[in-house]
Design a protein around this ligand. Sequence first.
Ligand SMILES: Cc1cc2nc3c(=O)[nH]c(=O)nc-3n(C[C@H](O)[C@H](O)[C@H](O)COP(=O)(O)OP(=O)(O)OC[C@H]3O[C@@H](n4cnc5c(N)ncnc54)[C@H](O)[C@@H]3O)c2cc1C
Length: 483
Amino acid sequence: MNGRLAGKRAVVVGGGIGGLATALRLRKAGAQVVLLEKNDTVGGKVAERRAGGFRWDLGPSLFTMPQILDRLFADLGERREDYLTLQPLSPTCRYRWADGYQFDENEFFWSRPDSARLLRHAEGLYNLSAPAFLESAPSELGAKMINPRLLPLLRHLPAMSPLQSLASASRRFYQDPHLRQFLQRFATYNGSDPELTPATFAVIPYVQARFGGWFIHGGIRRLAEALLSLAQKHGVAIRTRAEVATIDASGVTLTNGGKFSSDLVFHNGDVLRAYRQMVLHPKAGAMAEKMAKPQRAISGFVVLLGVKGKDPALHHHNIFFSDNYPLEFRQMFREKRPADNPTIYLCLSARTQPGDAPPNHDNYFLLVNAPAETESIDWAGESPAYADRIIRILDEKFLPGLSKRIVHKEWFSPADFEARDAVVGGSLYGWASHGMIPSFLRPPIRSPLLKNLYFVGGTTHPGGGLPLVLLSAEIAVRLASKK
Ligand SMILES: Cc1cc2nc3c(=O)[nH]c(=O)nc-3n(C[C@H](O)[C@H](O)[C@H](O)COP(=O)(O)OP(=O)(O)OC[C@H]3O[C@@H](n4cnc5c(N)ncnc54)[C@H](O)[C@@H]3O)c2cc1C
């Protein structure tokens, strides 16, 4: 292949979506690429589970900004439609409260005067920040920030100032406390507390409203499989059950002692874990210590249920809000324990794809936020009771009779995420967006310690979530190609 990295040898450590996209972009740039994945299969958090005739997506269930995925395919000379079928969902989500209030997030909701005003400001901010923040590394910012065409957009900054919180913006845009809680929930898209997350993150609901919420036919796991078959087609050498123990200036060493020499290394795992345990450099320990100071983003506790019967009040995506949001975040972030009364997300992919459950059954994927704590919490001991607590909340407040209709039950705790994905504390998104610096200056893609080392994925810039990890791959390969 001819490209700016022709003749270079590159190793990608980890086959999450960010790692797979990086490997593909490196091939496009002409490098010889080996991808090393510690687990039996690639995909990382994009996993699925099948049991008793049910299928559940075990990680992400809502796909947004499909244009970023389409760009990856197009850059490789491929058509996304040949590999994956995407379906927009409407409503994107149904939101419910125990007092009986509920609404559907759809075009009608977004055209209400208060929501429309929110979207106007968020759109301005998105147009201002996307090229400079989402699509670039902070080191590339300069020229993009002084583009005079962006100046008129600065008027949107006061409404969603990074110096104010998303919670305070919610009070400015909505009178109704339910709708304030709805807006605050978008802080959890990157694992954060809405009282501490900059108001600028109101661009997240804009992205959802503007670009839609999508389902991938067959389940989101098909995304990982599509990128894997593309990687094989485009000549990426894939090695599974290959765990990297150390990274140095000459390449990587596996836990079994095997070595891969390379000019470039792209680490798709947790940046904090890499500096703590893998990067061989005299300053790595000090760097890890500094990085460990800001709060980590929350983890998740998942309950998978097979349920007899189909409740007509449920949609594909559903949220059941707690009645005390600040308490929920205080318990997770300050008291470092699972919330007593968590907000519960329920995904029923069988509503869009009936084959995901046996006839007259539904596949409940329940997710609650949970502290990224695996040192002080005995998840193996606590999980059965916590799963039952979540089911009880639904049964008592929202879905009477649910517990009697369960035919299959299992759970997945932060400790399971930590073990499977090698992420510190089971955190799903690396660092919480609490304050300006952790929000906008995440650990850099290009390592300041080793010249050959780059990071990609949810713990580096620009952050967690499928579209953002695809963007990190784009930025990382661009930075490596410029050297
Ligand atoms: C329950 C849940 C729900 C989510 N919901 C959504 C959603 O609805 N929408 C959305 O957009 N995002 C969602 N996300 C976030 C999204 O899944 C992640 O941001 C994204 O998948 C992370 O991709 P990544 O490239 O960072 O890699 P990861 O998925 O973290 O994968 C990293 C890979 O590296 C491997 N690895 C790590 N260390 C090593 C090593 N030393 N040697 C070899 N291999 C190694 C791991 O085994 C893993 O396969 C959710 C995540 C979870 C867990």
